[in-house]
Ligand binder design. Structure first.
Ligand code: ADP
Ligand code: MG
Length: 691
């Protein structure tokens, strides 16, 4: 353990002081608190009860209801101990009840005639209700009970730290320091307008609520604080950024129109609207910050191409970043096919280029010869210099950490950013993480798409899948076979080969091939283009094909041991099919020993085809940080706020933050607020995207 110097005077104590400044908290206790994530006074003050026990209303014994947790005040009519148990008969004016404790020690100090306050679960006992191992307190001389009569907070506890101890620490910190440490930082206008509790009152209330109504008011106040500070912080940063940097102005021109005329299909209305929204953004001298979300197969790439062509038309470069080499490769191939006839120069930059190829591409990016660079995050590694990068498209942005988005913006002063995702982020989350990020949504699939038929197959019916595959292939279609999820490296390889051999020997007439992360990129792209060309019937793959891969003639995807995959991953994988006019199928193979949650995910997939709905489920199951890759930055690690529950508060917080900054862009009139934003979020905001 590190030694933390203790502040000498009480006035030196801050929210950030270690819990050891409290009397009664030594190194041992501090360590135990640390296991709950409590290190500082602030952590302790804002340690939220997990739940509350309502012990306000003692009931007459005759009204105790089996199955409930109840409290009562009663006299001991009989008490006896035997076989490690204590049993008592209790009485009050309404009738009798029983109590049992699973220890024989109670009768040593609880005697007939005493009055008790009790709290605990009620079970059936012949005729009378029975308290089962209740907490109790002896009420000598009509002493007022402390065990009952109010609402009790229940904190997250550990074996070393019983509730009583935590409660005591919380009480101590509030008694000693609440007055000096909990100062309101919200603008007074907001406090009065919404009749909010003061910060101190809200904190005291969540630890000791008088009733539910008061508790909700307190929680709302604290939740508003968190959301408002984050919104204000993010907007402050973004506005500072926009004010500092001028973005290049991009307008659609000749190439844009030629491309539009060359399309052989009709764009969806949603695509048109999204393109229009983007063009409006990039015509302004501020960097665009737009998220394009649309379910897998909704045609996001096309929208991005139009945006990049507007950059081209205006004489600027664009970068198109994909999360995997396979995807980058594929985008490159289709971009080149579309754009080469229009005279637009594109290049592919990934980590596995030969040195000479890399040099040539770097030179082209540097002198501006190359207009569109497609690549993995290698695009934004050191050594890559663009001539005049004006637009960065980030495909499948949820796959990139927040940090990488920051790196990207270091390649150009203020590029317009278009991030694309098929993992629709619930609106609440988008708002809380990105503040005033703009969102376009492709809520419509290209014409003629049929919804994918999804089915689950038990391990014992495994063989019937071969029949399904044969049928699809006999129609001239192709199939993906996704191998179980087992991590990286050697084991992955062994696994894919095993599946490949199983399939080849079961269906020797099929043309099967293997693709996985260990293959050299040249080999990967050779396999992918063979598959695209229709020369392979079954592609046995790891999750390298998870995102974005687009082969419309593939109409079936089989996912082995599907229970092991996450929900959004399954949905992404399913999105590899259903990209053409034919009916497509997704077959989810259950594994031996599948978990309950695995089975739940499979049935969610069978039941739900809409990506938004699935991602709401995912949010509930996994929590927001996981989904957005922001976990490590703590952007969504709230103490009180819960995005789904507090959506209204979030909207309010955003509106208030906006109007505050409109009036007072630097918060010069709100020094306490500014201070609090820096104190709580300084680190987080530094790391968060330039949004
Ligand atoms: P995603 O949104 O999943 O990235 P893609 O951009 O890969 O989807 O598009 C899926 C497929 O649909 C591609 O083959 C693309 O060329 C095609 N596509 C895109 N827009 C349309 C449209 N309006 N009509 C028909 N096909 C389209
Ligand atoms: Mg895509």
């Amino acid at each position: 353990m590190t030694f933390t110097p203790q502040p000498k005077k009480r006035s030196d104590v801050r929210l950030s002081s270690p819990v050891t400044v409290l009397s009664g908290v030594g190194p041992k206790k501090a360590e135990a608190l640390g296991k709950l994530g409590v290190f500082t006074l602030e952590d302790l003050i804002f340690l939220m009860p997990r739940r509350y026990e309502d012990r306000r209303f003692p009931k007459p014994l005759s009204e105790l209801t089996p199955g409930n947790i109840e409290c009562a005040v009663a006299d001991v009519a009989e008490i006896s101990a035997f076989n490690g148990r204590t049993e008592a008969v209790l009485s009050d004016s309404s009738g009798i009840a029983r109590a049992v404790w699973f220890t024989d020690k109670i009768a040593d100090f609880v005697h007939k005639g005493m009055r008790l306050a009790l709290y605990g679960p009620i079970s059936d006992y012949y005729v009378e209700p029975q308290f089962s191992h209740p907490a109790f307190e002896i009420l000598y001389k009509n002493k007022t009970p402390t065990l009952i009569g109010k609402i009790f907070p229940i904190y997250p506890g550990t074996a070393e730290l019983p509730q009583k101890a935590i409660k005591k620490f919380v009480d101590t910190v509030l008694e000693t320091y609440a007055d000096s440490l909990l100062n309101d930082f919200l603008p007074s206008r907001i406090l009065t307008h919404y009749k909010m509790m003061s910060l101190k009152e809200a904190v005291m209330t969540v630890h000791n609520p008088a009733d539910e109504k008061q508790f909700i008011r307190a929680r709302n106040r604290l939740s508003f604080d968190e959301l408002f500070l984050l919104q204000t912080g993010i907007m402050l940063r973004r506005r500072a950024f926009m004010g500092k940097y001028r973005a290049s102005i991009l307008r659609a021109g000749r190439i844009f129109r030629e491309f539009s005329d060359s399309l052989t299909f009709k764009m969806t209305d949603a695509q048109r609207i999204a393109i229009y929204e983007i063009l409006e953004d990039v015509e302004k001298p501020y960097p665009m910050n737009r998220l394009l979300q649309g379910d897998v197969g909704s045609g996001k790439t096309l929208v991005a191409i139009f945006a990049m062509l507007a950059a081209c038309d205006s004489g600027f470069q664009s970068a198109f970043m994909a999360p995997t080499e396979i995807l980058a490769q594929q985008h490159y191939v289709s971009l080149r096919r579309f754009l080469a006839p229009l005279g637009v120069r594109t290049a592919l930059l990934t980590g596995s280029l030969r040195a000479s190829e890399r040099r040539e591409i770097l030179a082209g990016l540097y002198d501006g010869n190359i207009s569109i660079a497609v690549g993995t995050h290698a695009l934004f590694s050191g050594g890559v210099t663009f001539n005049n990068l004006a637009l960065a498209v980030i495909d499948e942005q949820h796959r990139f950490g927040v940090l990488q988005r920051g790196e990207l913006t270091s390649k150009a002063k203020a590029p317009h950013v278009l991030a694309m995702t098929a993992t629709p982020i619930p609106r609440t989350l988008v708002m809380s993480i990105y503040g005033d990020l703009e969102v376009s949504t492709l809520n419509e699939m290209p014409k003629g798409r049929k919804s994918i038929k999804t089915s689950a197959v038990m391990p014992q019916e495994f063989k019937k899948v071969y029949g399904m595959i044969r049928e699809e292939v006999s129609k001239g279609h192709q199939v993906y076979w996704v191998c179980p999820l087992i991590g990286e490296g050697e084991r992955e390889l062994a696994n894919v080969i095993a599946s490949y051999e199983m399939i080849s020997s079961a269906m020797p007439e099929m043309r099967a091939a293997v693709i996985h992360g260990q293959l050299p990129i040249d080999e990967k792209s050779r396999v992918m283009s063979e598959f695209s060309a229709g020369n392979i019937d079954i592609l046995v793959a790891t999750t390298v094909i998870e995102v974005g891969v687009d082969v419309p003639n593939a109409t079936m995807i089989v996912i082995q041991d599907a229970g092991q995959f996450g929900l959004s991953q399954l949905h992404q994988l399913r999105g590899r099919v259903g990209r053409g006019d034919s009916q497509s199928y997704c077959v989810l193979l259950e594994n031996e020993g599948i978990t309950d949650s695995g089975r739940e995910r499979i049935s969610a997939m069978v039941e739900i085809s809409d990506g938004f709905e699935l991602s709401e489920r995912d949010l509930m199951q996994r929590g927001p940080g996981e989904i957005c890759g922001t976990h490590q930055h703590g952007v969504t690690d709230f103490r009180v706020a819960e995005l789904v529950r507090d959506e209204k508060i979030l909207e309010l917080a955003r509106d208030e933050a906006k109007s505050l900054l409109d009036d007072d862009p630097n918060l010069s009139n709100e020094p306490e607020l500014k201070q609090e934003i820096l104190r709580r979020l300084g680190k987080v905001l530094e790391l968060a995207s330039v949004s």
